[in-house]
Design a protein around this ligand. Structure first.
Ligand code: SF4
Length: 216
């Protein structure tokens, strides 16, 4: 049994899986409280779901891609079992996590997106550095690092973090503008000026639907 906030079907708006029809499984609970969090409803709302019920729901959408998100999915140990089952069924599974919990036991077939928290998130220093050692450098399930940038200070901090831990040569690194705090254009220009080996990462679902729309 896993406490689930919502299961919904949409177009993946994030990571290199963006654009694919995807079923999202949002778990309940988060150990962080980021200043820009747009899923505060996931902190407490939810119900216990059996694996059977989850799989039945997913089947209805006939989607190859499954995204496990939160909240923080790694707070519930049972998530590993669900992930194993989904991979065994042949789904392409991605996991969105803040990296504040260990990814050591995540199924290696899963694409992990590590959302490293910057100073302006209010949750800096929450990242477990050992997770870099457990990241996968190659293959279809290679780990992606995401930084949500809210200011020039965040940009510089993220660049330093990447250089310090040699992320730019090993992994796909995504720099995403924090909605309403810095513009897409500003971040695009700063990436170009600094000649950063990162991808400008826009949350596509916020352009397709209203940024406040839930369940997309
Ligand atoms: S880690 Fe994600 S769900 Fe948790 S507070 Fe931060 S943005 Fe919200």
């Amino acid at each position: 049994m896993i406490k689930i906030n919502e299961i919904f079907y949409s177009i993946q708006g994030e990571s290199t899986f963006a654009g694919n029809r995807t079923v999202f499984i949002r778990t309940t609970g988060c150990n962080l409280r980021c200043t820009y969090c747009d899923t505060k409803y996931s902190y407490y709302e939810g119900e216990m779901w059996s694996f059977e019920k989850i799989l039945q729901q997913i089947k209805e959408y006939d989607a190859e891609y499954i995204c496990i998100t939160g909240g923080e999915p790694l707070l519930q140990p049972e998530i590993h079992k669900l992930i194993n089952i989904l991979c065994d069924l042949g789904h392409k599974v991605s996991l969105e996590t803040s990296g504040s919990k260990s990814i050591k036991h995540v199924d290696p077939r899963v694409k992990i997106i590590l959302d490293v928290k910057t100073p302006d998130s209010g949750a800096a220093d929450s990242f477990l550095l050992e997770n870099i050692d457990f990241s996968s450098e190659s293959g279809p399930a290679s780990t992606e690092y995401k930084f949500v940038i809210s200011s020039e200070n965040d940009l510089n901090w993220s660049e330093n973090f990447c250089r310090q831990h040699d992320l730019l040569t090993k992994f796909t690194v995504l720099f995403s503008p924090s909605h309403g705090q810095v513009s897409e254009k500003w971040l695009a220009e700063r990436i170009l000026q600094k000649k950063l080996k990162v991808m400008l990462h826009l949350q596509q679902h916020k352009y397709i639907w209203l940024p406040t729309t839930r369940g997309v």
